[in-house]
Each structure stands twice: as C-alpha cells, then as structure tokens.
Write a protein that binds this ligand. Sequence first.
Ligand code: S3P
Length: 178
Amino acid sequence: MNHSIILIGFMGSGKTAIGKILSDKRAMDLVDTDSWIERHQGRTVSQIFAAEGERFFRQMETECLETLLTDKRGKVIATGGGLPVKIENRPLLKQLGTVVYLRVSVGEVMRRLRGDDTRPLLQGGDPLNRIKQLLELRTPIYEQTADVAIDTVGKDKEAISDAVILAVNEHVQRLRRI
Ligand code: S3P
C-alpha cells in the first residue's frame, strides 16, 4: 500500500483546510483532487461542470486517483465531496492508504458555505434542501468507505487535525497486528 492519508467528506467539511495542516505536521505533500483537476484541465471546477457536465468531472476524479496510485510516496489527499460516490473510486481510495471521513452537520455546511459560488452542485434552487438531500444520500457511502471517522463540529482545526493523526496512527497499528 502507498501510505497516504485521504480525507473524504461533504463540501465544507474542512478537507482542504485540515489537509494543509496535516501536510505541514507530517511533512507530506498535499494533493487536492479539485486543484489537480483544475491544473490538468486549465479551467475551474465550475467551468468544467458547465462545459462538460458532472460525468466528465467524475471521470477526471478517477484519473486523478489512478495517477496518484502510481506515485508510491505517502501524501495527504483532500478529495472532492462527491468522489467516493462513484463506486469504482472506493477501492482506489483504500489502496492509497488510510481513508478518513470528516463528519459535519447540515447547519455547519450552511454556515461555512454561505455566499460560496464555487460549488456548482449548490448553485441556484434551494441550497439547504440540496445539502440535506446530498448528505442523506452520501453519509452511508462516506461511513462505509472510511477506515476512521472524525466529528468536526465544535472543534477547531488544530483539534481536528490532532484527532486525525491519532486515529490514523491507531488504524495503522491495528493493521500491523493483523
Ligand atoms: C463536489 C464537491 C467539490 C467539487 C465539486 C463537486 C461534490 O469539492 O469536487 O464541486 O460533488 O460534493 P469540495 O468537497 O472540496 O467542495
């Protein structure tokens, strides 16, 4: 296994922010799948969704994971919120290392993403309902895909990243005992 720490979870769960802290603390490179796709495509996530549609974007997410698997150095990987929804991506995440789910509440997502115009899936319509629907659909997927889950609500970023490091270490120790 190429031992990376992979952060999964809903939009606004803090994957990118926590990923940056973890990458500093563990001296590991950070790869953000959205940024990887934007760099390879030379356009933003919103532009890709608008021009090519969601399916194309999901295919780019798979390509990103496949490319990451060819590099054996452990990294911190912050994923897009919908990446684990595509079933083929789940074993790829597992092969990359320890999958960490950052749990967040509907209220907290609303608070953190108020005024955000970079998430195409939340534009227009009724964002609260959209968040509720997507969270309901995705929560079991996040829970099943993750090796460990961390509650983020009410914790600051330092506390969350310390909790991630502890949980990843415990998970790796457990694997070594098997
Ligand atoms: C998406 C989440 C976004 C981005 C795209 C789709 C999703 O990433 O990949 O807008 O389907 O939840 P973040 O989770 O980093 O916001």
